[in-house]
Write a protein that binds this ligand. Structure first.
Ligand code: GRF
Length: 203
């Protein structure tokens, strides 16, 4: 299957997905990296892998629908059938959610429903939590609210700095995300008999 990765930041999860795809533990090819931050570090990473980039600035469009229509066009052109959000800092609208229903996942650095939204690690530390974790979930219109697919807990020790917790979370993320994407697309291909290998199924 061809999968697209959406990212707005440093792209360490993007890296992990591309590496797993190259090694074959993730049976998918990354067809496109989509970003709303044309200067983000992840753009350089995608280019160095020779992966197509669609970088847009939301302010150049009059609505979310307008830029999402363009993203859908870019995805369909390349036959992308699945989307993994990896630090993409925007809520998805009806256009993308409708075109890729049940085929969009996200990774979040907490055990959802705990600590949704921005700075989940900071929220957990602020709350004095002894445990946080990582969640991979399907994406719906809400902020980190879709059905959970996989979760792994991470301990926050008393002496841990924020950097320590972040390192532990990232270590889990980089293993869990490619693995969960692999399982999810494998299941999807079994469950959707008319799934078109070369692109999204029109519904
Ligand atoms: C990750 O912690 C992910 O859980 C969250 O955004 C961060 C992205 O980090 N959604 P990176 O850009 O993949 O390094």
């Amino acid at each position: 299957m061809r999968i697209a990765v959406f990212a707005s930041g440093t792209g360490s999860n993007f890296d992990a997905i591309v590496e797993a795809s190259r090694q074959g533990s993730l049976d998918a090819r990354v067809c496109l990296m989509v970003t709303d931050k044309p200067n983000a570090a992840v753009v350089g990473k995608a280019r160095s892998y020779g992966i197509d980039v669609f970088a847009f600035s939301p302010y150049d469009y009059s609505s979310k629908r307008d830029y999402e229509l363009e993203i859908v066009r870019e995805l369909k052109e390349r036959g992308c059938g699945f989307i993994a959000l990896a630090g993409y800092m925007r809520l998805l609208g009806k256009t993308l959610l409708g075109a890729f229903e049940g085929r969009i996942v996200n990774i979040h650095p907490s055990l959802l429903p705990a600590f949704p939204g921005l700075d989940a690690i900071g929220q957990a530390m602020e709350a004095g939590a002894g445990e946080t974790g990582v969640t991979v979930h399907f994406v719906d219109a809400g902020m980190d609210t879709g059905p959970v697919i996989a979760q792994v807990p991470v301990t926050i020790d008393k002496e841990d700095t924020r950097a320590d917790v972040q390192r532990k979370i990232q270590q889990v993320e980089h293993a869990l995300y490619p693995q969960t994407i692999h399982k999810t697309i494998t299941k999807l291909m079994k469950e959707v008999p008319d799934y078109d290998e070369t692109g999204t199924t029109e519904r």
